[in-house]
Design a protein around this ligand. Structure first.
Ligand code: GLN
Length: 280
């Protein structure tokens, strides 16, 4: 089972986000504490997507007058301009990538999504299979499995590009991302798209495990559908993670079968299809 996290808040380095803390994401790659059903380590790759600070950070009040460098973009304190996220992915365990550990100390970001992967048996081990998946402003990760892949998913696929994902050695996560993206691109509000997809896939595929994580650098959307998820929130700062990253007492566990929609300022947790949660 993979482990993933999303962060929104004051700029931090990727190293602080992924390597710091008694139970950091990097630590969870070899010693996760809350793996449920299958998998013991997360060594089949890792990835992080992050939003560049200049774009996602609000300018300090008065920054425009206080002499920004010529030509620098002035960002309104209220209206954020989000540039597409950057991304780094590798196959293999995160602890093997010493170069990344160094670069991560100097890359700073106000918004990121990171994951370490334990490939589901039979699924490819490649960079393309590692979260975060990315499109436009979106970063996406899936912690879970569609049992019986790929045959189980035939009923989900109604168009040819998605159908190709069933035959070309893609992962279940890649298909879920394609299906989610199609809903968002068709105009569905992201919260509805995420909730509806999990509800529908959960009902169609018994035993599906569907902890999804999605962000555009402004809002985090996350679901619990079998696996663990925790949230740590303080004014202006949000962390959503499969496991608490440290021993601070302010991590709240998100119950199962929930949709979390959160910004830096507000966390909302609502049930997903409360009347028809399939047994799993
Ligand atoms: N099934 C997905 C994959 O193989 C996610 C695996 C997981 O959550 N461990 O990449």
């Amino acid at each position: 089972m993979c482990r993933h996290l999303a962060y929104l808040g004051p700029p931090v380095s990727l190293a602080e986000l992924m390597f710091d803390g008694a139970n950091s994401l990097a630590g969870q790659s070899w010693a996760p504490t809350m793996m449920r059903r299958g998998g013991t380590v997360n060594v089949d790759g890792f990835g992080v997507g992050w939003f560049p600070p200049d774009a996602a950070e609000p300018a300090a009040p008065g920054a425009a007058e206080a002499g920004r460098r010529p030509g620098a973009r002035v960002v309104s304190p209220t209206a954020r301009t989000v540039a597409p996220p950057l991304r780094y992915r590798r196959t293999g365990p995160i602890w093997n990538d010493h170069g990344f550990a160094e670069v991560a100390t100097v890359v700073r970001t106000p918004a990121a999504l990171a994951a370490v992967r334990s490939a589901t048996t039979g699924m490819p081990i490649s960079e393309e299979a590692c979260a975060p998946f990315r499109s436009g402003p979106w970063l996406f990760s899936h912690n879970g499995v569609l049992p019986g892949w790929p045959d189980c998913a035939a009923g989900l696929v109604t168009d040819l590009p998605a159908a190709a994902l069933l035959t070309e050695g893609a992962t279940d996560s890649a298909l879920l991302w394609a299906l989610l993206r199609a809903r968002i691109d068709a105009g569905s509000p992201p919260a509805d798209a995420v909730r509806d997809l999990v509800g529908e896939v959960g009902e169609l595929i018994p035993g599906a495990r569907l902890n999804l994580l999605l962000t555009d650098g402004e809002t985090v959307f996350a679901t619990t559908w079998t696996h663990s998820l925790f949230v740590q929130h303080a004014p202006g700062r949000l962390v959503v993670a499969s496991e608490p990253l440290d021993e601070d007492g302010d991590w709240a566990e998100v119950p199962d079968a929930r949709l979390l929609v959160a910004t830096r300022d507000k966390v909302e947790i609502t049930p997903i299809h409360p009347t028809s949660v399939p047994s799993r």
